[in-house]
Ligand binder design. Structure first.
Ligand SMILES: Cc1cc2nc3c(=O)[nH]c(=O)nc-3n(C[C@H](O)[C@H](O)[C@H](O)COP(=O)(O)OP(=O)(O)OC[C@H]3O[C@@H](n4cnc5c(N)ncnc54)[C@H](O)[C@@H]3O)c2cc1C
Ligand SMILES: NC(=O)c1ccc[n+]([C@@H]2O[C@H](COP(=O)([O-])OP(=O)(O)OC[C@H]3O[C@@H](n4cnc5c(N)ncnc54)[C@H](O)[C@@H]3O)[C@@H](O)[C@H]2O)c1
Length: 510
C-alpha cells in the first residue's frame, strides 16, 4: 500500500485496517474550531504529536492539523517498519550461521518467507499505532484534531479543509520526504522510496539501492539478508559518509562479505524500463556500467516539506534545506515556531521529540531553551550498528581542539566474544589532558544501546575517571566503555608514579 493510497481500504489486510483506523479513521469529522488557539500545530509526526500532547497537558487550547497519517514518518514509513524488517533480517542471517554456534538446521533458512516478514511488520506497526491514535489525541488529550492540509492564511491563522484556525502561537512540524533526483527515465520506469518500500509483499529478486546513507545501508543489508540480491550505488567515496572512514570501511567489508555488490563514486545517469525490468546506467569513475534489476530504491536524502503551505503569507522564510529558525526554534514570524525534520539538519525521531519539548517551553511560556545546546546521539541500525555522539576527531581538528583518543576493540570485550559479535570498537575522544568526553563512536552489535551510556555521562559531566570507578555487570557489551575508562586511568600512571609504586611494593616485601 502506498503512503497516499490509504483510501483503498477494502484491499487491506486486518493489520493495516487496524493501523489506519487509528492513524486516519474513516468518516472522521473535524471539530468546530475554537475562536482562538494558544497553539496550532501543523503536522502530526513525532514533532507535532509531542508538541500537541505536551501543550494540551499543560492546559493549552491546541489544534493539530494532519494531511495524511497520524504518526508521520517514524510510525508509518520510517523507524518502526524499518526496525521491524531489520529484526527479521538479522535473525535470518544468524540462523544461516548457526553452525558456528554448534547448532544444525541453518542451511534450511536459505530464504525468508518475505510475505510473512512483511505481515509481521504491518502487525507491529498496527500495535504501536495505538500511541498515535487520532481518538487518543481527541478524547484523552483534549486536542482539536483536523485532518486536511494546513495552509497559512495570514500571520496568525491557518486554514484547513475550509476552517480557519486562529492562533496566538503556531508550530510547523511538517517533516521531510524522500528526495528523488530528476534522473532521466526514473519516473517512467517506476521506483521505490521509504514511502513505498514497506508496502512490498513480494521479495524483489534484485534490488538496486541508490544512496549509501543510513536509509540505503539499513535497507540494503536487510533486503540482502532476506534473500534479495542487492546492488548498492553510492555517489561518494564511502558508505555512511558522515562517519569516520574506518567505520565506513568496516560496514562496506561486512556488506561485501554478505554478498552485496557495492559501487562507490558512482553516479546513476539514467534508469530505463525493459519489459518490466529496470536497467540502471551508472558512471563509476569514467566507466559506464549497466545493472539490470527488478526494483530500484531511491535513498539519496530527505527534502523538507515546505511547499504549498502558504509560508510566505505567514512571513515564514525557508530555503530548500528547510524552515529558517533561530536557536530558540522561532521562525521569521515571531509567533511561529518549527520543530523536527522540517527545520533540523539532524533528522531523527529523538531530535523531533527534543525540539518539540523546546518549542513548548519557548512558545507558550517565554522559555529561552536553545536547540543548539542539544547533544544529539544517533545510531544506524546496520549490523554491526554504528552509533555516535559529540565530536568526531575531524571536528575537533577543524575547531582547533586537541583531543586524546581511547579505543577498545570489541574483540577484547568478553560478551562480544561469547556472542560471536566481535566486529567493531568503542572510540572515545577526550579533551586533551583531561577525562572530559567530547565525543564517541561505537560500532558493534548493540552500539545503539551503548551510546546512551556515553550520552548520560556527557549530559551529567561525568568524566572517564568516574566511569572507571563504576561497576558494570559482567559480561556485558557496556563494559567496553568501562574498559576505555580503565585505559584512561592506566594512561595517568606516569613513569615517575610507576617507579614510586614499584619501590613501595618492594619495601612491603621486606
Ligand atoms: C526509512 C526510515 C528509517 C528511519 N529510521 C530512524 C531511526 O531508526 N531512528 C530515528 O531517530 N529516526 C529515523 N528516521 C527518521 C525519522 O523518521 C524522522 O526524523 C522523524 O519521523 C521526523 O519527525 P517529524 O515530526 O519532524 O516529521 P514527520 O514524521 O515527517 O511528520 C510530519 C507530518 O506532517 C504532515 N504534514 C506535512 N505538511 C503538512 C501540511 N501542510 N498540513 C498538514 N500536515 C502536514 C505529514 O503528513 C507528516 O505526517 C527514519 C526515517 C526513515 C524514512
Ligand atoms: N537509524 C536512523 O536513525 C536513521 C535511519 C534512516 C534514516 N534516518 C534519517 O533520515 C535521513 C535521510 O537518510 P538518507 O540515507 O536518505 O540520506 P542521507 O543524506 O543521510 O544519505 C544519502 C546518501 O546518498 C548519497 N547520494 C546522494 N545523491 C546520490 C546520487 N545521485 N547517487 C548515488 N548516491 C547519492 C549521498 O552521498 C549519501 O551517502 C538520515 O540522515 C537520518 O537523519 C535515520
Amino acid at each position: 500500500m502506498s503512503h497516499n493510497g490509504y483510501l483503498d481500504r477494502e484491499s487491506l489486510d486486518a493489520h493495516d485496517k487496524r493501523w489506519l483506523s487509528r492513524v486516519r479513521p474513516e468518516g472522521w469529522t473535524n471539530p468546530n474550531p475554537a475562536l482562538m488557539y494558544n497553539l496550532v500545530v501543523i503536522g502530526a509526526g513525532t514533532a507535532g504529536l509531542v508538541t500537541a500532547a505536551g501543550a494540551a497537558g499543560l492546559g493549552a487550547r491546541v489544534a493539530l492539523v494532519e494531511q495524511n497519517l497520524m504518526g508521520g514518518d517514524c510510525l508509518n514509513t520510517g523507524c518502526v517498519p524499518s526496525k521491524s524488517l531489520i529484526r527479521s533480517a538479522r535473525l535470518a542471517h544468524e540462523m544461516r550461521h548457526v553452525a558456528g554456534l554448534g547448532l544444525s538446521g541453518g542451511a534450511n533458512v536459505s530464504q525468508a518467507d518475505f510475505a510473512t516478514v512483511m505481515e509481521r511488520l504491518r502487525r507491529i506497526r498496527a500495535n504501536i499505532s495505538v500511541n498515535d491514535a487520532a481518538t487518543r489525541f481527541r478524547d484523552d488529550l483534549g486536542v482539536d484534531l483536523f485532518f486536511g492540509q494546513g495552509v497559512f492564511a495570514g500571520h496568525n491563522a491557518v486554514s484547513v479543509s475550509g476552517d480557519i484556525l486562529r492562533f496566538k502561537k503556531a508550530v510547523i512540524a511538517t517533516g521531510a520526504g524522500p528526495f528523488v533526483p530528476p534522473l532521466p527515465g526514473l519516473a517512467r520506469s517506476g521506483y521505490l522510496t521509504s514511502d513505498t518500500v514497506f508496502s512490498l509483499t513480494r521479495r524483489p529478486m534484485h534490488l538496486v539501492v541508490i544512496g549509501g546513507g543510513p536509509i540505503g545501508c539499513e535497507l540494503a543489508q536487510a533486503f540482502a539478508r532476506l534473500g534479495t540480491y542487492v546492488t548498492l550505488v553510492e555517489g561518494g567515496g564511502t558508505l555512511l559518509p558522515n562517519e569516520d572512514k574506518d567505520t565506513a570501511r568496516l560496514i562496506q567489508d561486512k556488506f561485501t562479505q554478505e554478498g552485496m555488490t557495492i559501487f562507490l563514486n558512482a553516479m546513476v545517469t539514467r534508469v530505463d524500463d525493459r519489459m518490466g525490468e529496470k536497467v540502471v546506467t551508472l558512471n563509476v569513475g569514467s566507466v559506464e556500467q549497466k545493472v539490470t534489476a527488478d526494483a530500484v530504491l531511491v535513498a539519496v536524502g530527505r527534502a523538507p516539506n515546505v511547499e504549498g503551505m502558504g509560508l510566505s503569507t505567514a512571513g515564514v522564510d525557508y530555503t530548500p534545506h528547510g524552515i529558517i529558525v533561530n536557536e530558540r526554534l522561532q521562525t521569521t514570524n515571531p509567533c511561529v515556531y518549527a520543530a523536527g525534520d522540517c527545520c533540523m539538519t539532524y533528522k531523527f525521531t529523538h531530535v523531533a521529540d527534543a525540539t518539540a519539548r523546546i518549542v513548548i517551553g519557548n512558545a507558550l511560556f517565554g522559555g529561552r531553551a536553545r536547540a543548539t545546546d542539544l547533544n544529539v546521539p544517533w545510531c544506524t541500525y546496520t549490523d554491526p550498528e554504528v552509533a555516535h555522539i559529540g565530536l568526531y576527531e575531524r571536528d575537533a581538528q577543524r575547531q582547533g581542539i586537541r583531543v586524546d583518543t581511547l579505543s577498545v576493540p570489541m574483540s577484547e570485550v568478553d560478551r562480544a566474544v561469547t556472542e560471536g559479535h566481535t566486529d567493531g570498537f568503542v572510540r572515545i575522544h577526550l579533551k586533551k589532558g583531561t577525562d572530559r568526553i567530547l565525543g564517541a563512536t561505537i560500532v558493534g552489535s548493540r552500539a545503539g544501546e551503548m551510546i546512551g551510556q556515553v550520552a548520560v555521562a556527557m549530559a551529567g559531566n561525568v568524566g572517564l575517571k568516574k566511569i572507571a570507578g563504576t561497576i558494570f555487570p559482567y559480561p556485558t557489551y557496556g563494559e567496553a566503555v568501562r574498559k576505555a575508562a580503565d585505559a584512561y586511568n592506566r594512561g595517568r600512571l606516569t613513569p615517575f608514579v610507576k617507579r614510586l609504586l614499584n619501590a613501595w611494593m618492594k619495601w612491603r616485601l621486606k
